[in-house]
Design a protein around this ligand. Structure first.
Ligand code: DSN
Length: 414
């Protein structure tokens, strides 16, 4: 990481960046929505492309001087379409929430009805939470998961028949099972709704062929680019050709001004990386590692919502330990593991406290963790929770997690 100029101009920021690099290198990252993007992606995002205004779309801009920008953005669009088997891609959304907002804007009027997964059952803020634009301006009905942590498709169908939504959303921030896009489309067709698949969490798994694709089922597919897909922070919307124009108009001028072309270029690089055979192996390893982590936790007497995971993540259910997600996520940080507190279905605790911790395998897999390493991580987590008051044990566990980080170095050339 070349920080020569930052160090000269702003030593404080340079120091914080260096300390953050050190944190990423020396702790085990289990936040299910995070990953470590490649140095090629980071170089691209830090390039001169940040200087360019390019409102509009490739070859149809409101600014001159967009020749190279047009080529880069077109490449990103083409790569997204090829990777996910969709007709059209808008690669300009600054984030996943904005990608979702653009779909709402393209097909709904304020007050229209939406059926989506409840946030506390694993949905996303931008799928209709009352404190988000989606819940404030639209009439949202929510489905949840059953006691096994599975979507109950019969219940989704009966809710759709009862409420007649104009848009149904599938896709989640905390759901550990395979999503049946075909079933969702059948339900959407039965009630004449559009189907939006938000694949933010599983985009890399879909690209790598270890999760079924929504292509051919969802009218709209939104994703972030920085989770399992391992690109820069940002969003993408994909759709059938017939919706291309309304989506593009919703993104600009509907919702955003100048696109972040340096990030769009980073998306292009990440999409190329995700199309390589190595990425398929990576995606397979994520799922293997998540299963090894889950099995390790179960073997150590822990509970997991829905039991064995089928993707990259899981939620540790702490209810029987009498401990909270908030306290245990803080405790894990003490032993060198980063994760986030998360509600479990029907959580007796508030969303600020919670009874769960969400754990994901994508970032650790990027730095080379294998199934043995993940079993060791499961042991560290379980022992930390069981010995939360024992500083001596916690100190030893921190050494164990540091040893894993040293064994699987990250950004070692920086
Ligand atoms: N906040 C993200 C997550 O952690 O899953 C979703 O956008």
């Amino acid at each position: 990481m070349n920080l020569e100029n930052v160090k000269r101009v702003d030593p404080d920021v340079a120091m914080y960046i260096e300390k953050e690099l050190e944190r990423q290198q020396s702790t085990i990252e289990l936040i299910a929505s995070e990953n470590f993007t490649s140095e090629a992606v980071m170089e691209t995002c830090g390039s001169v492309l940040t200087n360019k205004y390019a409102e509009g779309k490739p070859n149809k801009r409101y600014y001159n001087g967009c020749e190279q920008i047009d080529k880069i953005e077109s490449l990103a669009q083409k790569r997204a379409c090829e990777l996910f088997g969709m007709d059209h891609a808008n690669v300009q959304p600054h984030s996943g929430a904005q990608a979702n907002m653009a779909v709402f804007m393209a097909v709904l009027k304020p007050g229209d009805r939406v059926l989506s997964m409840d946030l506390s059952n694993g949905g996303h803020l931008s799928h209709g939470s009352p404190v988000n634009f989606s819940g404030l301006y639209f009439d949202v009905k929510s489905y949840g998961v059953d006691s096994e942590g599975n979507i109950d498709y019969d219940n989704v169908r009966s809710m759709a028949l009862e409420h007649k939504p104009k848009l149904i959303i599938c896709g989640a921030s905390n759901y550990s099972k395979i999503i049946d896009f075909k079933k969702f489309r059948e339900i959407a067709d039965e009630v004449g709704a559009y189907l939006l698949a938000d694949i933010a969490h599983i985009a890399g798994l879909i690209a790598g062929g270890v999760h079924p694709s929504p292509a051919g089922y969802a009218h709209f597919v939104t994703t972030t680019t920085h989770k399992t897909l391992r690109g820069p922070r940002g969003g993408i919307i994909m759709c059938d050709e017939e919706f291309a124009q309304i989506i593009d108009k919703a993104v600009f001028p509907g919702m955003q001004g100048g696109p972040l072309e340096h990030i769009i270029a980073g998306k292009a690089v990440a999409l190329l990386e995700a199309s390589k055979p190595e990425f398929k192996v990576y995606a397979q390893n994520i799922v293997k590692n998540a299963k090894a982590l889950a099995q390790g936790l179960l073997d150590n007497g822990m509970d997991i919502v829905g039991g064995m995971t089928e993707n990259h993540l899981m939620t540790l259910d702490l209810r029987k330990t009498g401990k909270t997600g908030k306290d245990m996520a803080n405790l894990l940080e003490v032993v060198g593991i980063t994760a986030n507190k998360n509600t479990v279905p029907n959580d007796p605790q508030s969303p600020f406290v919670t009874s769960g911790i969400r754990l994901g395998a994508a970032a650790a897999t990027t730095r080379g963790f294998d199934e043995n390493a993940m079993r060791e991580v499961a042991r560290i987590i379980s022992e930390a929770i069981k010995n939360s008051e024992n500083q001596e044990v916690l100190n030893k566990l921190k050494e164990d997690s540091l040893a894993l980080c040293k064994k699987f170095p990250l950004y070692s050339n920086m």
